[in-house]
Ligand binder design. Structure first.
Ligand SMILES: Nc1ncnc2c1ncn2[C@@H]1O[C@H](COP(=O)(O)OP(=O)(O)O)[C@@H](O)[C@H]1O
Ligand SMILES: [Mg+2]
Length: 509
């Protein structure tokens, strides 16, 4: 055995520039549409913009482009070259949202076939650059936009928002847009995506949007007719904007001593129970919205989650903690490129165990208080719901989640799976207590899924109904005569219904 070499010996070096294909990797970071747009708005904010317009352009039924327009400082020719360079960056101010010098390129090219950037400073004329994914991939070649076109495009936005300076980022060939917009498809898409985009920007940039002098507008315009279909300001969605604290002794401030970083302040809040506000409910599923809200320079970079500190659970739905990350985060907090999550180190987790408020009370007290508020609010309805065996495999996640929000689920009980299997034609379902499974008769599946794709979580309606009907059967180890009779009744009726469903399905073939 030869000796271990502590340093790897080398023999000179050579430069290996990335292959042009690396653009594909760059643009395949799994950006969602609204996350990618938010990355552009971050750049506008860094450029000191007060007004940002997000413009969907349509040509009749076809969506053609997306533009993000701002009244920030703008860029001259040299700045544009830097901006279009992967990893290229201007000097960042201490408060900048930019980080890796890749956002513009990777966000744009993950969403669009090409990205054009047109810009003007107070001192320079309009200029522009364009990356076409196909060109970038073949030889890193960036196009120089015709100066007259650059000026024309800016003129479209004269006065709103661009007067003396500003930037337009234009996406063409947007993958998310419907290919054929006919039959109202474009309108439905726009409705859905604009709500989503508005909530996303409203949430992640809520501190900026709360300021008097900063606005984001979303608008839709027909390029041929000039008709403006929609034009509205994005409203801040403050994840801590509850009307009354769920517990009058909160919010409370805890301080966590994070090794290598210093004291990190945790502002622990308990939401008003049973809130229907967007700030509580509209941000995806409530269960994912508990936990840490990390901010970096006032931009939200993680909206909920426990970072391995513990598991999300329904009883902690009201618990939210605001954490302003220090500017020197060291290794304790790592931001992802998409700015949609923070990776925390074990040092953070152990700091949480030692976090205390100004009276020396531990952070764990907050979790208990949040759970109690949640439970008390449930009790106050007068009726309590008995704990149930939860739904498991085969039941769609949205359905499971709602059941878990509505009912206390027995934590240590194996869940009830609902699955398909060949059964005697006289049965629609079969209850298997040993494996905690409700078997549905595969033979009737075409009647149940009625032309839609079958899959593990198919037939959510029929499965939720059967779960509600049969869940109590699993709580006992055998069925008495009355229960057997009820099950028999359901079998006959459901088999008859499924048979007529099968006939109906056959008629259509
Ligand atoms: N809307 C804009 N206005 C002015 N400068 C911009 C704008 N968008 C991008 N830039 C410039 O391009 C650079 C690269 O942007 P980007 O790829 O998003 O990386 P990052 O924001 O991490 O620096 C920014 O640092 C900034 O200098
Ligand atoms: Mg950026």
């Amino acid at each position: 055995m030869t000796d271990w070499q502590f340093v790897v010996p080398t023999n000179g070096s050579k430069v290996l520039p990335p292959d042009a294909r690396s653009w594909e990797a760059l643009s395949s970071q799994g950006y969602d549409f609204e996350v990618a747009v938010a990355d552009l708005v971050d750049n506008s904010i860094d450029a000191g913009a007060k007004d940002v317009v997000i413009h969907f352009l349509r040509d009749g039924e076809q969506l053609v482009s997306l533009l993000v327009v701002d009244d920030g400082y703008g860029m001259d020719e040299d700045d544009l070259d830097v901006a279009m360079t992967v990893g290229g960056r201007q000097k960042y101010t201490a408060r900048a949202l930019g980080m890796f010098g890749t956002g513009l390129k990777s966000a744009s090219l993950s969403q669009a076939d090409s990205v054009t950037v047109i810009s003007k400073t107070r001192r320079t004329r309009a200029a522009g650059r364009r990356w076409v994914m196909a060109h970038a991939k073949s030889d890193h070649r960036c196009d120089i936009v015709d100066a007259e076109y650059a000026q024309n495009l800016l003129d479209r936005y004269y006065d709103r928002p661009i007067t003396w300076q500003g930037t337009v980022v234009r996406w063409d060939g947007v993958k998310d847009f419907p290919k054929h917009g006919g039959g109202g498809q474009t309108d439905r898409y726009l409705h859905r995506i604009i709500v989503k985009l508005g909530l996303h920007l409203g949430l992640y940039l809520h501190r900026f949007l709360a300021r008097e002098d900063f606005n984001i507008t979303i608008a839709v315009e027909d390029v041929r007719t000039g008709t403006v279909y929609l034009d509205f300001g994005v409203q801040p969605v403050d994840p801590f904007g509850y009307p009354v604290s769920g517990d009058p002794t909160f919010p409370r401030r805890f301080v966590a001593p994070v090794a290598g970083v210093g004291d990190v302040v945790l502002d622990a809040h308990i939401w008003t129970p049973k809130s229907n506000l967007d700030e509580y409910k509209a941000l995806g599923s409530v269960i994912d919205r508990q936990g840490f809200y990390f901010y970096r320079n006032d931009r939200l970079v993680q909206a909920g989650g426990w970072n391995k500190y513990r598991q999300a659970e329904q009883h902690l739905s009201l618990a939210r903690i605001a954490v302003d990350l220090p500017s020197e985060v060291g290794d304790a907090f790592r931001l992802t490129v998409k700015k949609s999550g923070v990776e925390t180190s074990p040092a953070f987790a152990s700091a949480l165990e030692n976090a205390v408020d100004d009276q020396g009370r531990p952070f764990a007290d907050f979790l208990i208080a949040a759970q109690n508020t949640y439970r008390e609010a449930r009790k106050r309805t007068g009726l309590t719901r008995d704990p149930v065996i939860g739904p498991g495999e085969g039941v769609a996640p949205e359905v499971r989640q709602t059941i878990e929000e509505e009912l206390p689920v027995l934590e240590y009980e194996e869940r009830i799976a609902i699955r398909w299997q060949r059964l005697d034609h006289a049965l629609f379902f079969d209850v298997d207590r040993d494996t905690r499974t409700i078997w549905l008769n595969q033979y009737y599946r075409p009647a149940v899924v009625a032309g839609r794709h079958g899959g593990l979580n198919d037939a959510p309606l029929v499965k939720s109904l059967l779960y509600l009907m049969l869940r109590q059967v699993f709580e006992k180890s055998y069925s008495g005569p009355r229960e057997k009779d009820t099950l028999q009744l359901w079998q006959s009726v459901l088999v008859a219904a499924a048979r007529s469903g099968l006939d109906g399905a056959a008629d259509h073939d």
